[in-house]
Design a protein around this ligand. Structure first.
Ligand code: GAP
Length: 573
């Protein structure tokens, strides 16, 4: 059963995971605050990433140790960085406005169709009743497929992220009369409210030049404008004057800080290719349509690695990072059937990318998996761009290879030797593989994955419905709660002493209020994996009960051994 998002959102507010930003003033769209439990959860996610990817990355494809260093760059950089990266010129979404209700939509989300042209061979292969599309329009005729579709899912994935109908080479114009009707049917079918699926407006505009675009808002029959581009970067001014030459941007990704510091890191840390530079930090995008809770926010945190390698080895590292990053999510409790690595189609690729695999998660608010992380092969694009725009050398010199080179071939010709030394294969611009994850997106996935409703016996053994957040113990905001069974007979003192000891090392919680069953329930909702109770037997034999949140099993462990037991259970595996 998919998680009910309304229930999850309400629990997140009630228990202090996530609040709407500036809620007392009516909030602000696309911005969120993390409450006391949420901040711990997100910090644990970032700490796990830093530990597992930066301090202790898994062995490389040939079993070799991986070299990885960290960085923490400023959010505001010289605006030339964003010219070089292509963000000033191209980081935009195509938008359309409704001329009547004045609402604005992302054009690629409004047009409910993915039109593409089938090759001659493909159009021969699809019969009107046997094709992989929601709808196939060919020569103006609408054909729905026989259900279920006999074609593999990845047929669709390899072409466009979502689609509704397709047209044969000459069918595009004939399709227009059917389009509005089909679009409405699809909205209904997919139970969409404000989010629509489709393809780039540019292709729609050119495929259907005369098509009257109607507003997708409920109850509005207005017409949409042609698509126009809006840059997603937040602008600000540095210094006293708000003039054009003082314009700066809040970074839309952390990656560029890494590229701009490539030489600094090379010169200061003696890393050798292949190696990675990692950074966790805030990024800002003026998303036109922030939606699905924190999924698409305007301020969010990224966890990015730029992994620099020799061009000849780049495909090997691309494969490696795709596997490593997918495995990381499963290790932290995301069920593998809800995770999908999806190779982007050529038409989806960002301008810099040779290939990108999105690691997607089946969020409950969508009927298609959505991107958690992108693993991109960026080739030499970024370093080359920064070299061109800054005039600084961004290449890597392979000292070891040069040391091994047979210098006798130059027969004492110093000029020829120098020329060879400063060119390939000794000196070159490395390729980059970039696993780029969203800390907030993963936090949301962890919350969705953890939310569980089940039954557990109360203190009288009667089954009671409970809400339990089944976080992986490494990610749980509170690791253990300590309870005295009753507030007498020296139990509170012993519980307090244990709490004070554990608190030096773990996020722990002390609770002596209310019936023990209620205290368990409160911790279940917070996702605390272990509850430790000091009871009558503790006073006799110095043991406590340790209750497991998921199995509800209670074991007796030595009071003096509780810290070690927690250490063992929380250790990264
Ligand atoms: N440096 C490459 C880059 O920024 P991206 O696919 O635009 O690539 C990487 O972003 C990750 O950042 C995404 O997979 C997602 O987890 C996160 N992200 C991007 N935009 C976001 C948004 N508006 N809200 C929350 N997370 C976002």
């Amino acid at each position: 059963m998919p998680v009910d998002m309304d229930k999850l959102v309400s629990l997140c507010k009630r228990r202090g995971f996530i609040f709407q930003s500036s809620e007392i003033y009516g909030g602000i769209n696309g911005f969120w605050d993390y409450g006391p439990l949420g901040v711990e959860l997100k910090k644990n996610i970032k700490d796990a990433w830093w530990h597992d990817m930066v301090r202790n990355p898994p062995a490389g494809p040939d079993g070799q140790e991986i070299s990885m260093v960290g960085l923490d760059c400023a959010i505001i950089m010289n605006p030339k960085v964003w010219v070089a990266s292509g963000h000033v010129g191209g980081f935009s979404d195509p938008m359309v406005d409704c001329l009547k209700c004045k609402r604005r939509f992302r054009a690629d989300k409004v047009f409910l169709g993915a039109f593409f042209r089938l090759s001659e061979a493909e159009s021969q292969a699809f019969s009107p009743s046997n094709h992989p599309f929601d709808v196939l329009i060919t020569k103006g005729e609408v054909h729905r497929p026989s259900a279920p579709s006999p074609y593999p899912d990845n047929f669709l994935a390899s072409r466009a992220p979502e689609f509704a109908l397709s047209c044969e080479a000459n069918g595009a114009l004939e399709a227009q009369e059917h389009f509005a009707e089909l679009a409405k049917a699809l909205v209904k079918k997919r139970k969409l409210k404000g989010d629509y699926y489709g393809l780039e407006s540019k292709s729609v505009n050119s495929a259907l030049p005369n098509w009257q675009r109607s507003c997708p808002a409920e109850g509005c029959d207005g017409t949409l404008t042609e698509a126009r581009s809006f840059n997603l970067m937040f602008k600000t001014y540095v210094g006293a004057l708000q003039s054009e030459e003082n314009v700066a941007y809040l970074r839309p990704e952390t990656a560029q800080g890494i590229f701009a510091n490539f030489k600094n890191v090379l010169d200061s840390s003696r890393v050798k290719l292949p190696f990675g530079i990692a950074q966790i930090g805030k990024a800002f995008r003026n998303e036109i349509n922030p939606r699905n809770y924190t999924f698409r926010s305007r301020e969010f945190e990224q966890m990015e690695i730029e992994f620099f390698c020799h061009p000849d080895e780049s495909m090997k590292w691309y494969q490696y990072w795709r596997d490593v990053r997918k495995a990381w999510y499963t290790q932290l409790g995301i069920q593998s059937e809800r995770l999908r690595p999806r190779e982007q189609g050529k038409e989806e690729l960002a301008h810099y990318s040779i290939g990108t695999t999105d690691i997607e998660y089946m969020f409950p608010f969508s009927d298609e998996p959505q991107e958690l992380e992108g693993v991109a092969h960026r080739g030499a694009y970024d370093l080359t761009q920064h070299q061109t725009h800054s005039g600084k050398d961004m290449s890597y010199f392979d000292e070891e290879l040069w040391a091994k080179a047979d210098k006798t071939q130059f027969a004492g010709d110093r000029k020829a030797e120098q020329q060879a030394k400063w060119n390939a294969p000794y000196k070159f611009i490395p390729h980059v593989i970039e696993p780029s994850a969203g800390a907030d997106r993963f936090t949301l996935a962890v919350l969705c994955e953890a939310y569980t409703e089940d039954t557990a016996p109360d203190e009288n053994g009667k089954p009671q419905e409970r809400v339990v957040m089944k976080f992986h113990p490494r990610l749980a905001p509170i690791k253990a709660a300590v309870f005295p069974l009753v507030n007498k007979d020296g139990m509170p003192e012993k519980a307090q002493a244990l709490y004070r000891e554990l608190k030096q090392e773990f996020a722990v919680f002390f609770d002596d209020k209310g019936a023990i069953g209620r205290r368990y329930r409160r911790q279940d909702e917070a996702g605390t994996p272990y509850c430790i109770t000091i009871d009558g037997q503790t006073l006799q034999d110095e043991t406590v009960t340790l209750r497991d949140r998921d199995s509800l099993k209670q074991e007796r462990v030595k009071l003096a051994g509780v810290a070690e037991e927690l250490r063992k259970r929380l250790r990264p595996r």
